[in-house]
Ligand binder design. Sequence first.
Ligand code: NDP
Length: 350
Amino acid sequence: MDLGFLLHAIIPSVDSAAILITFLTYLAIAGSILPGKVVPGAVLQDGTRLHYRCNGLFALTLLVALLGFGAYMNFISATVTSALYVAGCRSRNKSSSLKPHVTGNLIHDWWFGIQLNPQFMAIDLKFFFVRAGMMGWLLINLSVLAKSIQDGTLCRSMILYQLFCAAYILDYFIYEEYMTSTWDIIAERLGFMLVFGDLVWIPFTFSIQGWWLLHNQVELPTATVIANCIIFLIGYMVFRGANKQKHVFKKNPKIHIWGKPPKVIGGKLLASGYWGMARHCNYLGDLLLALSFSLPCGTSSLVPYFYPIYLVILLIWRERRDEARCAAKYREIWVEYCRLVPWRILPYFY
Ligand code: NDP
């Protein structure tokens, strides 16, 4: 392989670095100053709580308005996570969110991170990076859309893919406050895995279907379009419904679920609604959504199915890790919950 070509491909150009820095700077400033609901996060082990300013939808709308179509991001260098690693190891902070978790295994600590909620200039980096990833995904999709309009190749499959993803991303920002009770925020430390996942993996691999459709024309019959929309809607209903039920339950454990008082185990775990059907129905909804993003590409290639295939692997792995965490945290209450709700993700199957 031509080494010069390889180096050219992996070393960011001045332009791309400037775009990335501008984008991140914009997010830092917009996240700090634009108005938005300030939501208290989960109670940490030491009883403290972080606060999140949920103004992502505003920041995104403003960014899209400012940039128009076609802002590209470039590969994030590992120096970000190395800085996190070094700063985390040096931290003397004893609070749950900043206390260093050092196992001594350099690769493990660098990959999984040292601190739970590292901050830079009062910006919560975890919240910040995931926001950057979701916005980057939409910006890449919009530029793909612009290219297909420019080339005169816009077709039903591209429109469906674009609509579904845009709805999913906008929904993320409309319900951004629900993120504050998710596994990533409350349990995952910030290391290479999350930074790379947020800044590179989400925008660049979740948009593969769009890239693929630019080069491959797929004609979808009306019946297929309708079936695809139904899968998207069911996926959305389950995904949003389950996440919302858990979120509102955490705020008020007496709140009615599907019109009835909730079934609660040990005063802490919800066993009604979606959470009474499977222990991670929200993952099922997300998987159906992922499938609906790829189905517009037809079945001639596996390439556009990268995202749903990856998500099946990720969510099964994550569900196992979350179960282990919950089993340790809730002990006999969790055993009782598993007895009452035996299905992990897909009722009567898994
Ligand atoms: P969850 O939102 O399911 O959060 C898991 C936590 O919820 C548990 O650790 C526990 O935390 C609490 N919990 C679990 N069961 C119950 C219950 N029955 N009653 C009350 N609380 C409960 O997990 P994630 O953060 O992984 O996922 C959030 C969403 O994000 C999902 O819809 C997922 O599909 C999506 N996602 C998407 C990804 C993608 O790449 N597209 C990647 C990862 C996630 P506690 O200790 O607070 O009780």
